[in-house]
Write a protein that binds this ligand. Structure first.
Ligand code: ATP
Length: 312
């Protein structure tokens, strides 16, 4: 009993940490099958998609813990093939939206009756009613902080689609602007990276994650922007890579810097789990409200990240 308890307990901790960081999801899910809290509905069909789908958050409410609701009825739509960005202060619930879309948790969460929880739909299908494997195949995540496997950089990119050819892997690395960097490594694509190998910078790791996602080529993309500030050249480069990754995909961008969101179809401003403003960059500037205030603050260089709680 004790022998069984220790590894399961360890896996439980690991699972929670992974859920938190949206990192290297599929591999860990295979390992941690027994720990899944979310089960497929009996006889659930696969998510049926025909190109990049529309995403809808419908009055979504969520609590990690009873009596502490984090999202209070969030509604927005990402039209098929468009990019919607979510901005707002730290702790406003941005990453929680991404975790719900990937179904780490179901809408509602702790202590909320299912009929009050709202729904998330992809191409009209409630994500609770389709298999998790088909849902996760359809979504590519570029997480805030990519954890690389202690394996070759080629393996780390190819992990997006293990049966990809060498040429396809290189094309993805080129599109993510990491190919030239890799060629300069001691063993090129065979160089071992990760905790016990070559350490990469935050920007380089994020490019590996973008290459991996480009290779996977999913119709839906979640980009959880790194909170750590990159230098501005690196930031511009990552943004252009992101734009190319999001082309022809339905994308949800969790943004910590407003410069990333200027081109988004719509920007959702979240505060304390409520949508307080929404619109295009130009519309939100014209409104002269909270977003305009955050923009002015960032332009003045007073703040590098969107961490401006109203009650701070
Ligand atoms: P940031 O910009 O700092 O990444 P965010 O807007 O993405 O913040 P979330 O990570 O969605 O915010 O967190 C929203 C709220 O939920 C925060 O108050 C956070 O403390 C709480 N929270 C997040 N994860 C958990 C968890 N696993 N258990 C309990 N509360 C949590």
């Amino acid at each position: 009993m004790i022998q069984l308890y220790i590894p399961l307990n360890f896996l439980g901790v690991l699972y929670r940490e992974i859920k938190q960081s949206l990192t290297d999801l599929d591999k860990m899910f295979n390992l941690l099958d027994r720990e899944r809290e979310i089960a497929d509905a009996p006889g659930a069909p696969e998510l049926a998609l025909d190109g990049p789908p529309e995403l809808r958050f419908e009055s979504v409410r969520f609590a990690y813990e009873p009596a502490r609701e984090i999202l209070h009825g969030i509604s927005f739509t990402v039209p098929a093939g468009k990019t919607v960005a979510v901005v707002g202060p730290s702790g406003s619930g941005k990453s929680t939206l991404a975790r719900l879309l990937y179904r780490f948790y179901d809408v509602g969460g702790a202590g909320l009756a299912p009929e009050l929880a709202g729904a998330i739909r992809i191409a009209g299908q409630d994500i609770r009613q389709v298999t998790q494997s088909s849902l996760r195949r359809a979504i590519g995540i570029v997480p805030q902080d990519t954890v690389l496997f202690n394996d070759s950089i080629g393996y780390n990119i190819r992990y997006g689609r293990p049966d990809a050819s060498q040429d396809e892997m290189i094309a993805a690395a080129q599109a993510a602007h990491i190919h030239d960097f890799i060629l300069k490594l001691p063993k090129g694509y065979d160089t071992v990276v990760g905790e016990r190998g070559l350490k990469l910078s935050g920007g380089e790791k994020q490019r590996v994650a973008i290459a991996r996602t480009l290779l996977k080529n999913p119709p839906i993309l979640i980009f959880d922007e790194a909170t750590s500030a990159l230098d501005s050249a690196n930031e511009r480069a990552i943004q252009s890579e992101l734009r190319s990754a999001a082309r022809d995909k339905t994308a949800l961008v969790i943004a910590h810097r407003l410069s990333t969101v200027v081109d988004a179809h719509e920007i959702i401003v979240l505060e304390h789990g409520h949508v307080i403003e929404r619109g295009s960059h130009a519309e939100l500037l014209a409104r002269n409200g909270r977003y305009a205030q955050m923009w002015a603050l960032q332009q003045s260089g007073a703040e590098e990240t969107v961490v401006t709680p109203a009650d701070a």
